[in-house]
Each structure stands twice: as structure tokens, then as C-alpha cells.
Design a protein around this ligand. Structure first.
Ligand SMILES: NC(=O)c1ccc[n+]([C@@H]2O[C@H](COP(=O)([O-])OP(=O)(O)OC[C@H]3O[C@@H](n4cnc5c(N)ncnc54)[C@H](O)[C@@H]3O)[C@@H](O)[C@H]2O)c1
Length: 370
């Protein structure tokens, strides 16, 4: 197959859909890879690093005109719509439920669009979302530690403490991928860490993983209330799949927090679980409510595009090899996780949740396969 990797053009996006290691794996499997010039620049990957692995460096027009399979990170934006060709396969983050006009553009372009975020294993896990949750969870504590510094608006706390001075207190709401990764970094820094979840099995897993060094608490209003009074850094990491994040911390509760403490609500992309949080940007990440620093960056992985690129492409590569190696029809027939990823198939919406968000009925994937 001919596999194309365009440069990302959505404002602020610095990631790229393939690394040199991924190019080598695809070339070794017998495919041809075309990478747009400068596609890796935002992730500090030079064109020569791709061409050394036998990729062809090309213009954006050449990539879209020649590739059977286009690999991207973000959804196509309007300037890219006319570049799509009938029958072309597009594999990228799409988030179609939020952008109906893109769904229509994909239908009109007659492409096969497979979304990273809906690739789902039979156990319900989302293997192409997890790497970005790992990045965001780890980053949440790194960013929180930064804003706890006095000069950055915080209380003036070193999370590790020093001999004779106790460490800072970190509370994490939600013990999923983001939460566990946040707890890991907080523990590594030497902080005093608590984690709350409504799922006791998640808390058991945390207890095992960290050998009892992270305090696990059932998530309920009483416990959240207690924890907040001594927290220096609160990380929001709650998710109820397919729904708005539940508000666990009211504005009255925020007012009980220590002056100069910091909230990083990673779940802000789903509305957030702290009543006073609203989305912010990497250029203007924080604001203060009731003396508490609020950090609500909705695209945290963009702060570390190089790490995020490698994390994302490690996860997507096996699916790319399968799509390219078997062809898209055989690949989705064989791999149910990949089949769940199919969103738009040559004019038809084939993902139930996407169709629902667009106010129509999905066409069964079986019906569009030859
Ligand atoms: N801001 C960003 O840049 C960024 C990046 C990646 C992920 N996210 C977001 O972070 C959030 C968490 O993602 P994840 O991958 O960790 O999800 P996950 O499904 O792995 O974990 C969510 C956890 O929340 C728990 N939970 C649900 N209701 C709860 C409650 N009332 N109290 C406490 N815990 C509760 C669940 O039991 C689960 O363990 C999502 O909204 C995701 O979109 C944001």
C-alpha cells in the first residue's frame, strides 16, 4: 500500500502521525511511505530521519494524491477537505460527534474514515486514547508542581518537602489511566498522595501497584470534602464514558481549599469535575478562583509533542500494519477493535454513537463490506 503522512495543519498541532521507526516497520512490511516535507518539525524529527528509512519526502499535494492510506493526528480541517479522494482510507483522531460538518465532508468525499478514539477492544478499553491519557496524567503533576511555586502564583510549596519539612499533599480524583499516571509521578516526587474512585476494583489495583504507598479512598462527597482541606495539588481525572464529567467539587468546596493551592482538571475536555474549572489554552493556562490556581488546558499532550508523537504512534502502528497488510475490508472483518473504529464508510455513517450525535441511524458495517 502507499501510505501518506501529511504535516498537521490544525493551529497549534505539533504532533505527527508516524515516526522514523514506524516508517521502517512499514517499509519492511513491503509498503511505500510518503511523508510531507517538514511534517516532523513540531516533534523535532527532521526530514532526513524519514528519508533514511526509505520514506519519500513530498509536497502536501503529492501525499494526498498518491496515498491509499492517509495517517494523521487531528481531523482534517476545511483546507484539507478538497484533498481527500474517493476510496482513500483516513486513519486519525476525528471526534465527529462534536463536528457534524466534518462528518458531512467525509461522506461527500467518499472516503473510509477510521477514528483513533473509537477503536475499542472487546473489554471496552480504548487503546488509541490511553497513550494521551498517560501523557496528560504524568504532565498534570509536573504542571501542578510548577504552579505551586510562589512566583507562578502558587502557595510556594516543594511537593517533595525536605528533611524536617513534610511533603506536599496531592489528591487525585479518578483512578483510571490519567489518575494512576498522575499518582505515579506525585509519588515519585515524594509527595503525600491520595486517590479517590467509585470503583473499588480500581482502588484495589492502585493499592497493589503502589504497594500501599498511595492512600486509596472511596469517592463520595464526604471524603472529597475532607481531602480538599489539606490538598496542595488536586488533579481531576474522572471519566464517565460518553457522558459529561460529574461535578465532584463544588465552588463552595473550592473556597475551603488552602490559599495558593492548585487544581489541574485533566477531565476539563469532558466538562471537568470541579465546578469552577473552564477550558484554558497552553498560551494562557491558569486563572485564580477563591485564591486557588486553576489549570484547565484541554489539550495537555500538545505541551510535549515529541513524547506524545512517540506515544501515539507506538499505539497506532499495529493497526496501521494490519490495515495496510490485509487491506481495509479484511482488517476490519478480522479485528473487532478496528471495526469499532470505522466511522464513515464511503458516504455512510457506520458508527452508532456518531450517527446518534448526528441525529440519524447508522448503517451496519456488515452492509457496506463487500
Ligand atoms: N486535558 C487533556 O489534555 C486530556 C488528555 C487525555 C485525557 N483527558 C481526559 O481525562 C479524563 C480521564 O481519562 P482516563 O483515560 O483516565 O479515563 P479512565 O476511564 O481510564 O478513568 C476514569 C476513572 O474515573 C472514575 N470515576 C468515574 N466517576 C467517578 C467519581 N464520581 N469519582 C471518582 N472517580 C470516578 C472511573 O471509575 C475511572 O476509574 C477524560 O475526560 C479524558 O478525556 C484529558
Amino acid at each position: 500500500m502507499i501510505i501518506g503522512v501529511p504535516r498537521e495543519v490544525k493551529p497549534g498541532e505539533q504532533r505527527v502521525a508516524r515516526t522514523p521507526a514506524g516508517v521502517r516497520a512499514l517499509v519492511e512490511a513491503g509498503h511505500r511511505v510518503i511523508v510531507e516535507r517538514d511534517a516532523g518539525a513540531g516533534s523535532s524529527i527532521r526530514d532526513e530521519e524519514y528519508t533514511r528509512e526509505q520514506a519519500t519526502a513530498a509536497s502536501v499535494a503529492e501525499v494526498w494524491a498518491q496515498a491509499d492510506l492517509i495517517l494523521k493526528v487531528k481531523e482534517p480541517i476545511a483546507e484539507e477537505y478538497p484533498r481527500m479522494r474517493p476510496g482513500q482510507i483516513l486513519f486519525t483522531y476525528l471526534h465527529l460527534a462534536a463536528v457534524p460538518e466534518l462528518a458531512r465532508a467525509l461522506q461527500a468525499a467518499d472516503v473510509i474514515a477510521i477514528a483513533y478514539e473509537t477503536v475499542q477492544r472487546p473489554d471496552g478499553s480504548l487503546p488509541l486514547l490511553a497513550p494521551m491519557s498517560e501523557v496528560a496524567g504524568r504532565l498534570a503533576v509536573q504542571e501542578g508542581a510548577f504552579y505551586l511555586a510562589k512566583a507562578h502564583g502558587g502557595r510556594g510549596i516543594l511537593l517533595a518537602g525536605v528533611p524536617g519539612v513534610p511533603p506536599g499533599n496531592v489528591a487525585v480524583l479518578g483512578a483510571g489511566t490519567v489518575g494512576v499516571n498522575a499518582a505515579r509521578i506525585a509519588l515519585g516526587l515524594g509527595a503525600d498522595v491520595s486517590i479517590l474512585d467509585i470503583n473499588l476494583d480500581r482502588l484495589r489495583a492502585v493499592d497493589d501497584l503502589f504497594h500501599g504507598r498511595v492512600i486509596t479512598l472511596m469517592s463520595n462527597s464526604f471524603n472529597v470534602d475532607q481531602v480538599l482541606r489539606r490538598t496542595d495539588l488536586l488533579v481531576g481525572a474522572v471519566l464517565v464514558a460518553g457522558a459529561r464529567a460529574p461535578v465532584l467539587v463544588t465552588k463552595e468546596m473550592v473556597a475551603t481549599m488552602k490559599e495558593g493551592s492548585v487544581i489541574v482538571d485533566v477531565a476539563v475536555d469532558q466538562g471537568g469535575s470541579i465546578e469552577t474549572i473552564h477550558p484554558t489554552t497552553l498560551l494562557d493556562p491558569i486563572y485564580v478562583v477563591s485564591g486557588v490556581v486553576h489549570y484547565g488546558v484541554a489539550n495537555m499532550p500538545a505541551l510535549v509533542p515529541r513524547t506524545s508523537t512517540f506515544a501515539l504512534t507506538n499505539a497506532t502502528l499495529p493497526y496501521v500494519l494490519e490495515l495496510a497488510g490485509r487491506g481495509v475490508q479484511a482488517a476490519v472483518r478480522r479485528n473487532p477493535a478496528l471495526a469499532r473504529g470505522a466511522n464513515v464508510w464511503r458516504g455512510r455513517i457506520v458508527h452508532p454513537a456518531v450517527a446518534h450525535a448526528l441525529g440519524e441511524r447508522a448503517t451496519a458495517l456488515e452492509a457496506v463490506l463487500e
